[in-house]
Write a protein that binds this ligand. Sequence first.
Ligand code: IPM
Ligand code: MG
Length: 367
Amino acid sequence: MKHILILPGDGIGPEVTSQAVRILQTVLSHHQVIYQLDEALIGGAALDACGEPLPQDTLHRAQQADAVLLGAVGGPRWDQLPAGQRPERGLLALRAGLCCFANLRPIKVMAPLLSQSALKNQRALGVDLVVVRELTGGLYFSEPRGMQREPTVAAWNTMRYEAAEIDRIAQVAFQLAERRSGKLVSVDKANVLEVSRLWRERVDRLAHDHPGVAVQHQYVDNAAMQLVLAPQQFDVLLTENMFGDILSDVGGAVVGSLGLLPSASLNAQGKGIYEPLHGTAPDLAGRDVANPIGAMLSVAMLLDHGLGMPAAAQAVRTAVEQALRYGRTADLAAEGMPVLGTMAFGDLVLQVLHDEVPKDRKEGQGA
Ligand code: IPM
Ligand code: MG
């Protein structure tokens, strides 16, 4: 029996998650997997219901589950709360509580969506890279951190990494590069930060054990520019927590919409949290317009990494890509292509998965 915990969260989280869950249920049934889905609270929804962004019960159930599928957390309603009580703290506490230090963020331009890229299309063509982001250390978690009003108004955070934390995330990136094209770009700010100099030292050390992987180092400012100018040069991009947060959103511009990107956050046992990158998008929430593809592709990653079902994962990716020929959500609007709501796009992907390409639908022109 597979236990999957669903954490819909806030904003568009519940809408995109429910479409992704329909896909998950269909695929698991197709493959005769016996499963149980549970739902729990996180983020603002949890704050409203029980006064804390990650209730003990949610963490406990996440620890028991085989995999966690998450929507998004946060929103303007909770923006005025002190840092320690914001919805985002719930997500960070979940990542830390499950020790999910390895965040994989694939950034792949899908053929039918090439013209959606913010880049010149010949630059975006064939882009297929993975950001490997360290997720439980660095500036997000290190102490000391704080804010004071007296005697001077000031605030501070710390970026600290222990060698072992760098080694374990670099190890993930090296292994991934070995399975892919053997190219690894490690991103840091070694011209300024001691943390980055240690980062570089540890990555170079590990490189000796992985002779099949060609390692290149880039400064983070340059990497941001390279992702826009020449994203095809990247295959596996390894970086620390904060840099990875920033660079992976650049990936949203490369593929055309942040709504398309999935992620997996894994711990040493391979247990993971699967979530789209897009956040809560409060302006879209409750309007049935959000793009559920990031959440659906997160289900594909869950099938792949969490349940060891690569064929099922591929079936989901193929169905999503095929569905894009018949209709799209508003963020991907193109001439001659029907604009669908979140639920209608979910219906369409399900139809494709059931191998009933809709007779009442025509292929659009807007490739
Ligand atoms: C992400 C998000 C989160 C992060 C926020 C919501 C805490 O931006 O997953 O990229 O910064 O990690
Ligand atoms: Mg982010």
